[in-house]
Write a protein that binds this ligand. Sequence first.
Ligand SMILES: [Zn+2]
Length: 333
Amino acid sequence: MFAEAIKRIERQYEIRRNQADAAFLSEKKAIYESTPRLSEIDKEITKLGIQTAKLSIRPSSVENQKEIENLQSKIISLKNVKEDILKELNVNLVPKYSCHKCNDTGYVINDGLSEMCSCMRQELLNEAYNKSNMHSLKTETFANLDLNLFSDIPNPTKYKSDISPRENVKKILNISEDFIKNFDNPKQKNLLFTGSTGIGKTYISSCIANEIIKSGYNVLYQTSPLLLDNIFNYKYSNNKFNASSSNDLYNSLFNVNLLIIDDLGTENLTAAKFSEIFTILNARLITPNTKTIISTNFSLEELSKMYDSRILSRLIGHFNICRFFGEDIRMKQ
Ligand SMILES: [Zn+2]
């Protein structure tokens, strides 16, 4: 999939890996210079290693075997001394790769076969589709969410709820945490975020995306107008040049671990467009290891006016509904 993008990302990985290796070598050099005992130990280990190798190619005898074991135990104790020195210096002398699964190669071996690491698959999705959509994943984290932006005064008339916007967001955060924790549990429901714009729906979706990516899953983020454009492109475009890339996207909509559909309803939603989205949502309900988050400015009542309420209510049974309310927090930030 995404042949050209893969080549480009592989080059980025190579650069990243080389940088980590170079940083490791220079860190090692500095530590070895300040602690000469370390290079002495390395030399001794190499020497003992060579002696062991020489002995092992000789015809085996009891004496020979004893000598080999003796050398091996010397090597082990030297390695322990080295480890103690490094512990004392408080350094972990290994290259600092960003992905511990693939060591920044982009590939892992699974059942004897080389396959793309989840980190690289995510880079591809980001590059191809998420970049212009997804908000900054680095800053949008639960830790950076300021609950003080949400009022702690309940307003039942205005918000049609007995609890304050702050209490409500706390509840939604708990639901989000459960969603992340139970992501691979087939019984875990999907999430539907409703409420007007600017009260945290997209922010919290991004926080969840962040955590899900960290757990090694892949996330595809689409605003609903863009999603529909992409679907119609795939279905009706005769442009052969774009065919394979729209194919890749169309397949990803069905099998990516987490699909986020943001802003459902901002476009002019016709029944035909709705049914395209429902096809994907329904298919995802029976695809293992997939979950969906939908955010919409519409209330459930408004949505059921727009679409067949029986189909809608059946679908909604598979979603936890989180209603956001409060003042626009973008103004306060
Ligand atoms: Zn990786």
